[in-house]
Design a protein around this ligand. Structure first.
Ligand code: A3P
Length: 262
């Protein structure tokens, strides 16, 4: 009686927040089944046009008592997505994993930079992209900056879903102390607490927590997770932190979750 079920919860973002780690760690729970690939159903017009049955068939097989979770971080920042998800299931649970916005922006840049380097292409320095050379102000047209203005995106989602349907995960804490963050998600998803310290062990070589499913099966995330960030001019970091500050305050206010971001 295995079935392909539509997701009951979606990790909608944020890109570079730790979305892969969160999905893989939730999958440690016996009642959670993950869609391994990013499906990009709601943010990609071509995929969306294929219809909900196409989406369902992309889901893994699971038992009826289990819940399916997918993650596509582009959902968080794509205009059309909230309405489309609402039309599928207006009571779906939405997970957002965030990191300190400037760190997230640099992580985002690092991923793009690596892609360019792989193709032997040169790329701008982060400082050049993040700061408008004419005004010397933060360049709000730069995608890595815009994505980190979490409140702006969340406000679009709130036109469709009440705040109670969202759970905010602290991506910085998921790196250093994953278990309590996962326990909060279990609670939010109304799942019995099943993920334990046994399932998570710190791998000093990797510099991150890795996953232990059972006595024979464990795994760490791929090397593309946990890249070394380039050094960024401290004055640029300060400028960005100052820029994000009011947006962060608003985000805390809306979500009821406060972070120690500068
Ligand atoms: P960095 O590469 O900047 O360190 P996403 O999956 O959304 O792309 O997020 C990637 C980020 O997940 C990485 O960013 C890394 O810091 C973070 N992460 C959190 N927990 C991790 C873990 N256990 N193993 C590897 N990366 C982890």
């Amino acid at each position: 009686n295995l079935v392909q079920q539509l997701p009951k919860a979606i990790i909608i973002g944020v890109r570079k927040g730790g979305t892969r780690a969160l999905l893989e760690m939730l999958n440690l729970h016996p009642a959670v089944v993950k869609a391994s690939q990013e499906i990009h159903f709601f943010d990609n017009d071509e995929n969306y046009a294929k219809g909900i049955e196409w989406y369902r068939k992309k889901m893994p097989f699971s038992y009826p008592h289990q819940i399916t979770i997918e993650k596509s971080p582009a959902y968080f920042i794509t205009e059309e997505v909230p309405e489309r998800i609402y039309k599928m299931n207006s009571s779906i649970k939405l997970l957002i994993i965030v990191r300190e916005p400037t760190t997230r922006a640099i992580s985002d840049y690092t991923q793009v930079l690596e892609g360019k380097e792989r193709k032997n292409k040169t790329y701008y320095k982060f400082e050049k992209l993040a700061i408008d050379p004419n005004t010397c102000e933060v360049n709000t047209k730069y995608k890595a900056v815009r994505t980190s203005i979490y409140t702006k995106h969340l406000e679009r989602w709130l036109k469709y879903f009440p705040i109670e349907q969202f759970h905010i995960v602290d991506g910085d804490r998921l790196i250093t102390e994953p278990l309590p963050e996962l326990q909060l998600v279990e609670k939010f998803l109304n799942l019995p607490p099943r993920i334990s310290q046994y399932n998570l062990y710190f791998n000093a070589t990797r510099g991150f927590y890795c996953l232990r499913f059972n006595i024979v099966f464990n795994k760490c995330l791929a090397g593309s997770k946990g890249r070394i960030h380039p050094e960024v001019d401290t004055s640029v970091i300060t400028k960005l932190r100052k820029f994000f500050h009011p947006f962060n305050q608003k985000f805390y206010q809306i979500t009821g979750r406060t972070f120690k971001w500068p």
